[in-house]
Design a protein around this ligand. Structure first.
Ligand code: G3H
Ligand code: 13P
Ligand code: ZN
Length: 307
């Protein structure tokens, strides 16, 4: 099946009150694990590639791996650029066959963010490619965006931003953040704000970055087998499920993939000290990614059987 754009899957998600998972991919095992889960669940899927992933594996390798995965797959798959830092990287991805790109100008002034987003939109729309933009800022580090604290999205500004830039979907800040340390105290998302945005922008697809749940089973497993990631905490699954019923159509998950792989590989090394065949521990890691993604699709995103 050829790659598709996100339009139809978001329309369906919005109406159905579910969300599509956008999973970061960096190598073959991750792509295979995610694809196996989505195929079994008959779920729409977004595979996203960051600039870090492009540097690590190269765009062409990742695209060819995804092309291989699609040969026998029978589900809609989007390939999306995650956190594009400038026009040039967005252009390179559009020219390279991505069906969706994110331009992330969240660190810029409102007007500058609109200006470059619009430049990307003009180029992308001429070629039938979807554009996600970001307004507001998530705490944490995201390659070119480093923020000490959350700058929540202002609903009125969101409307103006979308009108002036022409972006197709908008990533908003309501309390999530990137990485494995999302909340010092009780996890909380600003649902009042989200509801306001949804009310003044009906039917408009919203995106939630920083949406890993940081499953404690993986944190504990990693720590038990030599890791040192104490106190890691993510977004509770029920909050993500609720966000999907308020116009959030795309939920971004990367950290949980990293944790699943790392915990599994750490355990595998300790349990099997004589084994040195990478297929053994990478195979186990791939299975852990599959199981974790399948759980998300079924129980958190609610997008099983939505193709
Ligand atoms: O939000 C960003 C993703 O977790 C990608 O991270 O830039 O290290 O690939 P990365
Ligand atoms: P997590 O770090 O919560 O997985 O967020 C990933 C993300 O937002 C990718 O853009
Ligand atoms: Zn992100």
């Amino acid at each position: 099946m050829p790659l598709t754009g996100p339009k139809e899957m978001f329309e369906k998600a919005y109406k159905g009150g579910h969300a599509v998972g956008a999973f970061n991919v960096n190598n073959m095992e991750i792509i295979q694990g995610i694809m196996m889960a989505a195929e079994e669940e008959k779920a729409p899927l977004i595979l996203q590639i960051s600039s870090g992933a492009r540097k690590y594996a190269s765009q062409i390798y990742l695209m060819k791996l995804i092309e291989a995965a699609l040969v026998e797959a029978d589900l809609p798959v989007v390939v999306h650029l995650d956190h594009g830092a400038d026009f040039d990287i967005c252009k390179a991805c559009i020219d390279g066959g991505f069906t969706s790109v994110m331009y992330d100008g969240s660190h810029l002034s409102f007007d500058e963010n609109i200006k470059i987003t619009k430049q990307v939109v003009d180029y992308a729309h001429d070629r039938g490619v979807w554009v996600e933009a970001e307004l507001g800022r998530l705490a944490g580090i995201e390659e070119h965006v480093v923020s000490e604290e959350n700058v929540y999205t202002e609903p009125d500004q969101a409307v103006e931003f979308v009108e002036r830039s022409g972006c197709d979907s908008l990533a908003i800040a309501i309390g999530t953040s990137h990485g494995a340390y999302k909340f010092a105290g009780e996890p909380r998302l600003d649902f009042e704000r989200l509801e306001k945005i949804t009310k003044i922008m009906p039917d408009y697809p919203l995106v939630l970055h920083g949406s890993s749940s940081v499953p404690q089973e993986f944190v504990e497993m990693a720590n038990q087998y030599g890791g040192d990631i104490p106190g890691a905490k993510g977004v509770p699954e029920d909050l993500l499920r609720k966000a999907a019923t308020f116009g959030v159509c795309k939920i971004n998950i990367d950290t949980d993939i990293r944790l699943a792989m790392t915990a599994t590989i750490r355990k595998s090394f300790v349990d099997n000290p004589t084994v040195f065949d990478p297929r053994k521990y990478l195979g186990a890691a791939r299975q852990a990614v599959k199981d974790m993604v399948q759980h998300k699709i079924k129980n958190v995103l609610g997008c099983s059987n939505q193709i």
